[in-house]
Design a protein around this ligand. Structure first.
Ligand SMILES: NC(=O)c1ccc[n+]([C@@H]2O[C@H](COP(=O)([O-])OP(=O)(O)OC[C@H]3O[C@@H](n4cnc5c(N)ncnc54)[C@H](O)[C@@H]3O)[C@@H](O)[C@H]2O)c1
Length: 389
């Protein structure tokens, strides 16, 4: 596969195009908005200049990468693509429309992939006459830096197409995890409590954004706190994923979206890209220093960390319980996909399975909310004295 078509030149499409061009592919990058294409080209120029300063690439390499990308403003220009990766707005109706159009343009052998975070690949594939060539290729932001790629076969996907795609993405020096076509795949399912439980703690008035972020960074070793990360991802994108996962799981209270985040999205406080989210940012998207904060008290930090880590472990265990992926793959996905400092199931073993069950049961006793039900796998393991590794 030499030529890669990318639809959508926003955050993800631009990153995918950069990655493909750096890996030596010819890239055709299309967006419905000319402005988005111009912005993408300017951003790439800036990124490559930074790489030159860091001595990661030289001028020749920069020109080679830039020359590998053609910015096109008509879908029909994607005709020569061997693989098309779609990275447009997270909307099933719009995605299906684009897929059924692109199918009439490209060769019958072209593989058609979606970078969707939360929609059903099977539903997207159903918009095609030749649905067996469709699958999910789910990258993480920023694409060139994040090692993990989840590859998701739809119900209709030809196993050979799956195999070919996995081998191809590995040539981009990525770690591939094949995930079941279930809402959120691995990472976006297992990571939901990182955001959801943090928002809940904030809404209950137990702690502010800063205290929650600090607790997770100090006690957990997370590089970014949940509020910093939501600002980085964009509250619009993050909220849309949560809402879509919530609906897809038949309104399971575990995945319930938050009004705090919804209101921020409605206000246009999307995070770094709009200069304001949970925190404030300057024109270069650097965080504006706030008045100094008191350090979060150790007992409070521990209570915040314990509650969030217990919920994350519970979610990870449930993904294994429901055969979404193996324990090893779940840990790999979280460490390579979202840079968690440790695999959640490795963490569960370290904390102790009994202790994990106890922490979750305590939450259930307190709230009597189905959200805090313990995974049957953890309960069984605790009873049988087992560990994940
Ligand atoms: N942002 C993330 O962290 C992230 C991570 C993984 C996957 N994703 C998924 O990737 C996709 C894109 O997300 P993003 O953050 O890059 O969004 P974005 O808003 O930054 O970019 C989307 C781009 O698509 C263009 N677009 C919209 N409709 C189009 C159409 N019909 N035809 C052509 N172009 C169109 C827009 O002009 C825009 O430039 C979504 O499906 C999202 O769920 C996002």
């Amino acid at each position: 596969m030499k030529t890669v078509g990318v639809i959508g030149s926003g955050t993800m499409g631009s990153g995918i195009a950069q990655q493909a061009a750096m890996s030596g592919c010819q890239v055709l990058l299309y967006d419905a908005e000319q402005e988005a294409l111009t912005r993408s080209k300017q951003n790439l120029n800036r990124i490559l200049d930074r790489l030159i300063v860091k001595e990661r690439i030289d001028d020749n390499e920069k020109s080679r990468i830039q020359n590998n990308i053609r910015y096109v403003n008509a879908l029909r220009d994607l005709r020569p693509s061997d693989l098309v990766i779609e990275a447009i707005v997270e909307d099933l109706v719009i995605k299906k429309e684009v897929f059924s159009k692109v199918e009439t343009i490209v060769d019958t052998k072209t593989i058609l992939a979606s970078n969707t975070s939360s929609l059903s690949i099977t539903a997207i594939a159903s918009s095609l006459k030749q649905a067996d060539r469709c699958l999910g290729i789910h990258f993480f932001n920023p694409v060139p830096l994040m090692k993990l790629v989840e590859v998701i076969p739809a119900v209709q996907t030809d196993p050979e197409i799956l195999e070919k795609t996995v081998s191809f993405i590995k040539t981009w020096n990525k770690t591939v995890a094949v995930a079941k076509d279930t809402p959120g795949f691995i990472v976006n399912r297992v990571a939901r409590p990182f955001y959801g439980e943090s928002l809940r703690i904030y809404e209950e008035g137990l702690a502010d954004f800063h205290e929650i972020d600090e607790s997770l960074k100090t006690l957990g070793g997370f590089r970014m706190g949940p509020f910093e990360l939501m600002d980085f991802i964009g509250n619009d994108v993050n909220y849309a994923v949560t809402e879509s996962v919530f609906k897809a799981f038949y309104y399971d209270s575990r995945y319930k979206p938050s009004f705090t985040q919804k209101r921020l999205m409605e206000a246009g406080y999307l995070g770094r890209k709009t200069g304001r989210g949970y925190y404030r940012y300057d024109d270069s998207a650097n965080r504006i220093k706030e008045k100094s904060h008191n350090a979060v008290k150790p007992e409070k930090a521990k209570a915040i960390f314990d509650r969030i880590i217990a919920m994350l472990i519970n979610e990870a265990a449930d993904a294994v319980y429901l055969n979404i992926a193996t324990a090893t793959d779940v840990d790999l996905a979280m460490t390579k996909g979202v840079n968690y400092p440790k695999g959640l199931l490795t963490w569960a073993d370290e904390i102790g399975i009994d202790q994990c069950v106890q922490m979750i049961d305590n939450l259930y006793d307190e709230y009597h909310d189905d959200r805090y039900r313990c995974s049957p796998l953890l309960r069984r393991m605790s009873r049988e004295g087992k560990t994940f590794y």
